[in-house]
Design a protein around this ligand. Structure first.
Ligand code: AMP
Ligand code: MG
Length: 349
């Protein structure tokens, strides 16, 4: 594990100790390039990554030695086994190093590479249809009239889907009209998972649930006690799962993270990961109404035990610009009306 001298730890009982250097062992050395055995009173210069020679049971770091001719003087004692990793101590032949359902991320790739697995069997990436709904929507590159809104949800969702390991399929915008929604759904349900945005609130033209019901959808929930994202809908139709995500951009983003991401992970053959929260002290007081768990855009700063978080300040769940000046969501439990500055709060990254 270290550049230094391979020796017998027992030879360092009396310090300083002077040993005879009988060779040098480089990383990758083959047996014929190594001293056959380190005997009492002997040492071999050795480099990190080199095999330990027979007879040696420890390596002293070069920092604690001085070399004169072929004699090395050592000023620090050492225990048997120090700075030598026995073969097979990290893992043994046949041992399972990655569980089924592990995302092949940089850690998994490092492990696979180190055990000589250049090819791995994986699940296919689920295809996720993203259908934006709304008469007011126009595509990003198009001219926008005074009362129109650019479709941002399709693209923020596509990025979230890719981040979660899915392949986004973007059929475009469906108008708030039963026939058009039905046609869009017919297409969308060719994919492995369907995400709709908009049209799940209480408005007269929020037709998504009605059209889903018409095609025989089963609803698991229609609403959650959260803000943003309260109208979120989850169900199954034509043997595929779907989410009706509220149209306000921040609601869309939050509900994807809370509900759709774990589903996408499951469809990718993963064990869905639990949501991970960090904790930080509130920089200034937060006041909300009780009843809903809130995920409020926040700004987390500081490091280590000095993490602080504050509200980014927003004009509600339609205020997509807040995402440019926030880096997390502050989680406010439903029973809290007021949280004082200095209190610890949960933060969703
Ligand atoms: P809805 O859920 O359809 O009532 O929409 C709520 C709000 O989100 C409205 O202000 C919509 O204009 C807006 N909205 C809906 N869909 C999108 C979208 N794809 N991109 C950006 N804003 C949207
Ligand atoms: Mg709408």
């Amino acid at each position: 594990m270290r550049d230094g001298y391979a020796l017998r730890a027992a030879d360092l009982a009396q310090l300083p100790a002077t040993l005879q250097v009988i060779g040098e062992i480089k990383a990758g050395a083959s047996p014929q390039d190594m001293p056959r055995e380190i005997r009492e009173g002997q040492a071999a210069a050795i480099m990190t990554g080199a095999p330990a020679p027979n007879g040696a049971d420890a390596v002293v770091m070069v920092e604690y030695t001085s070399l004169r001719g072929n004699e090395v003087t050592i000023t620090r004692g050492i225990a048997s086994g120090d700075n030598i990793v026995p073969a097979g101590s990290e893992a043994r032949k046949g041992q399972k190093l990655l569980d089924l359902g592990t995302r092949i991320d940089y850690r998994a790739i490092g492990i696979a590479a180190s055990v000589g697995k250049p090819r791995l069997s994986v699940f296919h990436r689920p295809r996720v249809a993203i259908v934006a709904t709304g008469d007011e929507l126009v595509e990003v590159g198009e001219h926008t009239g005074p009362n129109e809104i650019r479709n941002s949800n399709s693209y923020s969702l596509a990025a979230q889907v890719e981040d979660a390991g899915g392949v986004p399929v973007l059929p475009g915008i469906a108008r708030d009209e039963v026939g058009e929604l039905r046609a869009a759904l017919h297409n969308a349900f060719q994919s492995d998972l369907v995400l709709l945005t908009g049209g799940v609130s209480m408005g007269k033209y929020d037709l998504v649930e009605q059209v889903l019901a018409d095609i025989g959808a089963e609803f698991f929930f229609t609403g959650a006690q959260i803000q943003p994202g309260r109208p979120v809908v989850f169900g199954r139709a034509q043997e595929k799962y779907f989410f009706g995500l509220p149209g306000n951009p921040i609601s869309t983003m939050v509900t994807f993270e809370l509900f759709a991401r774990p589903m996408l992970e499951a469809l990718s053959g993963m064990r869905p990961a639990a949501l991970h929260f960090v904790h930080a002290r509130l920089k200034s007081e937060v006041k909300t109404k009780t009843g809903l768990t809130r995920f409020l855009p926040g700004l987390l700063s500081g490091e280590f035990e000095n993490s602080q978080v504050e509200l980014a300040g927003w004009h509600g769940s339609g205020d997509v610009a807040v995402m440019g000046r926030s880096n997390c969501y502050i989680v406010i439990p439903p029973n809290r009306e007021k949280i004082a500055a200095g209190e610890w709060v949960a933060v969703l990254m």
